[in-house]
Design a protein around this ligand. Sequence first.
Ligand code: ZN
Ligand code: ZN
Length: 174
Amino acid sequence: MEICLLPIGSVDREILDFLRDRLKNVFGDCRILETKEIPFSAFNTARNQYNSTRILIEIEPVCDVVLGVTEVDIYADNLNFVFGEAEIDGRRALISLKRLRPEFYGLEPNYELLKIRTLKEAMHEIGHVLGLLHCRNKCVMRFSNSIVEVDYKDWKYCESCIQKLRKRGIILNI
Ligand code: ZN
Ligand code: ZN
């Protein structure tokens, strides 16, 4: 399965490279596409945030899964913010690094922490694209709407989620 990472706006290259290496390991193939500009129409002036759904629909589904990665703050309807969004059973997903950075919470930058958080959110949104719903185990498909919940969960799919993927013919290396 080919996963493609699509930088949307300027994105930290070291994080993208890290993500590519880890996802390549899990899914078999992963590459980084050319950077896309952030769609201007997605910006909400009153909120000073970008609408994640509007960014998502601008992503061209050129690989099995295209994961948009952005540094800007994103929100979805009825939610103050989201870490990411995905088309369940589709081809496209999006994550934002903005609220994964310790600096966002007034803490010292911590690259290792940022990397693992980014991996978790990427695995979560890709899981949705592959048809997985939220899971109650300490699994990466556990719902998280706070950074504490992100830090709590594992970066992998649990056995039950791996079984569901296997039934769909998706075999992973984890
Ligand atoms: Zn989710
Ligand atoms: Zn699970």
